[in-house]
Design a protein around this ligand. Structure first.
Ligand code: AMP
Length: 176
C-alpha cells in the first residue's frame, strides 16, 4: 500500500479529546468524508484488497460502517448488508451482545440477510477493542456465512482488537 495514500488519509482524521466521554480520544472521520479524494482513496484501497476474490456481500456496522461499506458494495457490485443497533431492523433478526471501548451494546442482523457459505467482507470505520467486529463476525457465522476479511479505515492497535477476530484477515488503512 502506498504511503502517500495512507498519509493523505491520516491527514484528514481529526482527534476530538474527551468525546463521547472523558478520557476517550475520538477519531473523527467527518473531515475525511468531506474530502472526495480521501474518501475515494479509502474505497480504492478496500476494493484493491478484495479484487479478484469472490465476495457475496459487504457487511457494514452501524453507523459509520454504513458509509464506507455501502459505498464499497456499490463499487464492487456486491450486496450490502447492515448490522444494526437493536430495534432498528424491521424483519426477524439475530442479536449478539458485546462490550465497547465505552459501554456495552448489541447488534442485530436480519436472519435472511446472508445465506450459508456466502463469502462476506466486514467493514467499519474503526476497530478499537474489536468487540463490535467480533460480534458482527458471530452474526455472519451464525447464518452460515464465511467472513473472508475485515476492513477498517482506522485501527487503534494498542487495544489489540485484532486478537478477538481470530483468523479473519484484516486490512486497516490507518493505524495508531
Ligand atoms: P470496538 O468494539 O471497541 O472495536 O469499538 C468499535 C466501534 O466503536 C466502532 O464502530 C467505532 O466507530 C467506535 N469507536 C470506538 N472507539 C472509538 C474512537 N476512539 N474514536 C471513534 N470511534 C470509536
Amino acid at each position: 500500500m502506498s504511503n502517500e495514500r495512507i498519509d493523505l488519509l491520516r491527514a484528514t482524521i481529526r482527534d476530538i479529546p474527551d468525546f463521547p466521554k472523558e478520557g476517550i480520544l475520538f477519531k473523527d472521520i467527518t473531515p475525511l468524508l468531506a474530502d472526495p479524494t480521501a474518501f475515494t482513496t479509502c474505497l480504492d484501497l478496500f476494493a484493491e484488497r478484495w479484487a479478484g476474490q469472490h465476495v457475496d456481500a459487504i457487511v457494514g456496522i452501524e453507523s459509520r460502517g454504513f458509509i464506507f461499506g455501502a459505498a464499497l458494495a456499490a463499487r464492487m457490485m456486491t450486496s450490502f448488508v447492515p448490522a444494526r443497533k437493536p430495534g432498528k431492523l424491521p424483519a426477524a433478526t439475530n442479536r449478539v451482545e458485546y462490550a465497547l471501548e465505552y459501554g456495552t451494546d448489541c447488534i442485530e442482523m436480519h436472519v435472511d440477510a446472508l445465506r450459508p457459505k456466502d463469502r462476506v467482507v466486514l467493514i467499519d470505520d474503526l476497530m478499537a477493542t474489536g468487540g463490535t467486529a467480533a460480534a458482527a463476525i458471530e452474526l455472519c457465522r451464525g447464518l452460515g456465512a464465511e467472513v473472508i476479511g475485515a476492513g477498517f479505515v482506522i485501527e487503534l492497535e494498542f487495544l489489540n482488537g485484532r486478537d478477538r477476530l481470530g483468523d479473519v484477515p484484516i486490512l486497516s488503512l490507518v493505524t495508531y
